[in-house]
Design a protein around this ligand. Structure first.
Ligand code: MLT
Length: 323
């Protein structure tokens, strides 16, 4: 019995030794997208994940773990093994705003190690195409006249779309009913189908539908027009000056991931973002690639920390509650 135990222990030590010696990555990597498939976070994940997989010599698969404005999917990664095989892609609302709204079981800074900042995009103020308003001023007037009947699609309390629509209401002195979805991918489908009236949604999700004539775009929430859609006016030009929202993305791993694994992942992100094909795909969606010095763990950490310090007091003062 004692010998059998000893033999099993030796086998265990040998297999741990083999695993430790395996070069990273030696198997498929999972990137957890905390929102529904087909939406903006999913789109960023699929573009960068496919190219990073080529840089790393392994496939990166996307797993959509949805609910509670992304806080469930992010929590899944917080509890995953810190071995570089489970990645958390998220953005301004999942890795900043949610910490001020949800009673999270993880710490957004301490339970993750940053890999790199990823592209950012503004939102578009969009509405279903049957709405009579021809410009933003007319849209605001129409919302004011019909606000008890109007619905706005969101990806849940605290999501970027929800915060955008709350600010829209505050800026315009209007109020309408929020309808939460597991991401703005499915919400956009309902806007196209005419089941929703309005959304503040990331340009990467809205632009394809705007181009296809399926929804109407009224303004971009940025001080500059998008190179990918120069016909859409800025909020300043359209009558809502200063209504700026920019949704930046980032990539994290569970805290405690070995430094050499983090370095390999960060290098794969840099290689991917330097690829002209990837740059073109992001540019077509209105996504702006961060400067190279921010495509680093330090760059993402500094940006996320500064955003937490800036936004938590604002979000807490606004009294936004988890659903
Ligand atoms: C999504 O991927 O569905 C979005 O990022 C949701 C949002 O925050 O508006």
């Amino acid at each position: 019995m004692r010998n059998a135990f000893l033999a099993a222990a030796i086998v265990g030590v040998i297999s741990i030794g083999t695993a430790a010696a395996e070069p990273y990555p030696s198997r498929t990597i999972t990137m957890v997208v905390p929102f529904a498939a087909g939406g903006p976070t999913d789109t960023v994940a699929r573009i960068i994940g496919e190219r990073m997989g080529r840089a790393l010599g392994q496939t990166i698969i996307i797993e959509n773990v949805t609910g509670a404005a992304g806080s469930i999917g992010v929590g899944r990664v917080a509890r995953a093994a810190p071995d570089g095989y489970t990645l958390s892609i998220g953005h301004w609302s999942t890795h900043v705003v949610n910490g001020a709204i949800y009673p999270l079981t993880y710490d957004l800074l301490k339970d993750f190690d940053p890999i790199s900042l990823l592209p950012s995009n503004p939102q578009l103020i969009v509405a279903r195409k049957g709405i009579p308003a021809n410009d933003l001023k007319e849209l605001i007037a129409w919302v004011k006249q019909n606000q008890d009947k109007i619905t706005g699609g969101t990806a849940g309390a605290g999501s970027a779309s929800h915060i955008g629509e709350i600010y829209f209401q505050q800026f315009t002195g209007t109020s309408f009913t929020f309808v939460p979805y597991r991401g703005t991918g499915p919400a956009m489908l309902d806007l196209v189908a005419g089941h929703l009236d309005i959304m503040c949604d990331q340009s990467s999700n809205s632009l394809p539908q705007v181009r296809a004539g399926q929804v109407k775009a009224y303004a971009v929430t940025a001080p500059k027009r998008l190179a990918a859609a120069p016909e859409i006016p800025t909020v300043d030009e359209a009558g809502l000056p200063g209504f700026y929202i920019s949704v930046w993305h980032g990539l994290w791993v569970p805290h405690g991931t070995p430094p050499d694994v983090i370095a390999k992942l960060a290098a794969a992100v840099r290689e991917s973002l330097a690829d002209p094909e990837v740059q073109k795909r992001f540019a077509d969606l209105g996504q702006e690639i961060p400067p190279v010095e921010q495509q680093t763990p330090e760059g993402l950490h500094a940006h996320q920390k500064a955003e937490i310090e800036k936004w938590w007091p604002i979000i807490k003062a606004a009294g936004i509650k988890a659903e």
